[in-house]
Design a protein around this ligand. Sequence first.
Ligand code: CA
Ligand code: CA
Ligand code: CA
Length: 851
Amino acid sequence: MKKTALWALPLLALLAAGCSKTGSSPDLKLNDLEYFERQGVNVLVFNNTFSGGFNDEKNSGIEIIHHGVRTVQGGAIRLVNTPEQWDLVPNTVSREVNAENNSVEVALRYEDYDFDSRIVVTGKGPAVEIAVYLDKPVPKELEGDAGLNLEFLPSQYWNKTYMMDGRLNRFPRYAASETVARPNTEKVKQFKGYRTYDDRGTGEFVDPLPMETGHTIVMAPDDPERMIKVTSDNGFSLYDGRMLAQNGWFVLRTVLPAGQTGKVVSWTVEPNAIDGWVREPNVGFSQVGYQTGQPKVAVIELDKLDKPQASASLWRIAEDGSEKQVFTGKVTEWGPYYKYNYVKFDFSEVKDPGIYYIKYGDVTTGNFLIDDSVYDKITDATSDVWIPIHMNHMTVNEGYRIWHGEPFKEGYLQAPANTDHFDLHSQGVIDTKYKALQLIPGLNVGGFFDAGDFDIETGSNISVVQNLVTLWEVFKPMRDETFVDEDQRYVDLHRPDGIPDVIQFIEHGVLNLVAQAENIGHMSQTLSNSVLDNYHHLGDAAAITDGLHYDPRLKPYQKSADGKSSGTPDDMWAFTTRNPGLDIRAATMFAAASHALQGYNDALAARALAASKRLQKEANEILAARARQNPAGPGNFGGRNAGNDLGTNLMLYVATGDKSYIENFESRIWDALERNVNNTISTAMDAIPYMDASYKEKLVPYVEKYKEYLDSFEKDNPYGVPIGLGNWAGSGSVVSFGTTASFAAKYFPEIIDKSYAYKATNYLFGCHPYHNYSLVAAVGAARPKAVFYGNNRADFSFIPGNVAPGVLFRHPDHFENYDDWPFLWGQNEGTIAGNVGYLIFGQAFENIVKQ
Ligand SMILES: [Ca+2]
Ligand SMILES: [Ca+2]
Ligand SMILES: [Ca+2]
């Protein structure tokens, strides 16, 4: 690649800014973590592998982290032009790293087609060669389908230029290229035989046509951070994956030649690297701000090649708009954590209320407040906007806008036996009085959408109601900003109706869950979509199904003469396979909810209590029978079931006042604490209001042990909170860490001070890896995150109050949270359970910080 004058400006600017420059190699060399590295460029080769359904999330194969941003992924042999989430992915049969040759070889296999291939990626100077080898030719049925693909992140390339064999182009902001309709017989199988597409009875599927075709492409010559050049004698085509799916990427693709073996395709990929590039420091701080007396510590994330500054300063913006430096403090080293190096800046000394910002070297942060009122509104958007918008089976209105109409009017059908479901559920034998695809009456009422999708995830809905009841019992929040009419099936935001919203949310959740217990006989796993082509729905939930009962006697998409049924197989299904552990969790929740609903909806309270007693009895009988059959089985009464059953006993005691429940609780809580204090302490503390002083006294040594656990995170990572490394990022564990720490600080302030709870808010509101935006939509005055994976994600927007899973770990050393691309659920989705968890955290937190 020729360097042109284009590069010179930013390079000079960087050098002038005094970025440190070391002797880092200008060549892409394999490092100890087994990826190719040069300053500004990382090329990963199957450090993250494909795994099919939910895990194929634009996170795998050959990936490029380009000047700190993962802009390229999906490099692999794929079977379609623009793969979607449920298109087949290859198994990684082997991965060999050859340091001597500076190469990585992966063997890939498509089991469905008995098709093997090898990809060898070799560092060659500033570029990598990606070569595809075949020992046997492409199978006949995949000729024209199997190809080498590489995907480019639309939000980092749109509106930028590209040249294909010298022809000038610009990446489009929105997809509007051409497609063809092809017969379904030509469609390559999808994961587990699923179909992501609806052919409307035409027998044809849609296939995107290329935007450009050639042998040399230069992408983004106008942006040195994104510029990449790819050349291949085999030629390639560029597609826009958004033609089929809003979460698609730009795809560069070479179809493998038919009938050939050996090295069949070779590309040279050269990502530009800005000379001496050093990532700008990420100064993490709480965007919401700080109370006057609380600890205030910014955590600053630095490039490994960056030399830490000795000090940082705090500036104050006065009432007349003038700015003044008011504090300078030492920067202390925390050390390396995965890819970066971390230092801290403690400005706890600054206590005067006001508007401030931090200066670290050349970085000036956005402003934040120091004031005792900063946390007063942290849950309002969640309680007033996010939660009511997720009320199922209702029309939800806000001002001039309908968020969604009334969904699923036709109700739910019994899922057929032995059905595996794309949302990770399954139906075994049918264990209800209904036949396959028979309507189970009464289920289309109440409940909450699970997340960015629209199913009622029973386990989540149970924990939602449970948390709302705890919130109600402990804090009695009287906030009333939502109008809820269950008869009209209508919700109006920002319109008080004289009833506390939390009570209405509890009622709404219980309405669905009680209907499950009564009509199914026990709890379902989920009430969910029956077909994939409406599961990935974006937009108004009421448009997912046609609202008409499915009648298989009608032709596909035909309506009956009376207008009440249709031949469109879009009705939702109830997955009913009984799980006694889930029934026990439901029993706990029903007992708790029954107590909360007394005096507000006595009839529903009575139904909930009856369901609780029956489910608890039946589930324990089932578990006891299983334990008799298989005494060595996986702890039918151990682990979570025991903890849940402890909670059930506590809640049944609260609901009924029957002493036997609390005696049962007390006889077993200490063993459970001995076994696992970190998981049990929260349940143990829940009982404090109902027990005498000696119970609380007896908890002290366990709380002291719990403190050791809380302290251990200071050594684990620079942020002092649990940071998850799974494929769903870890805000949820930070929220739960903060909640338990808040309750511990409420009941045991002499052991657990408030500092732990403040660490949780700091992390959620901006003091975390990758960037410093608040992870809660619309919360964090200066800079909340801008995009989330809500049901409006196609608009690159958010639903206010949503808590993102947040900062996602990518193997082997990269944390990431896209804020211009909402479509990765592991980073940007929010769940009803998670957001209600945040609501209770917010209440518990506000309660202790006001003490
Ligand atoms: Ca779901
Ligand atoms: Ca209300
Ligand atoms: Ca229907």
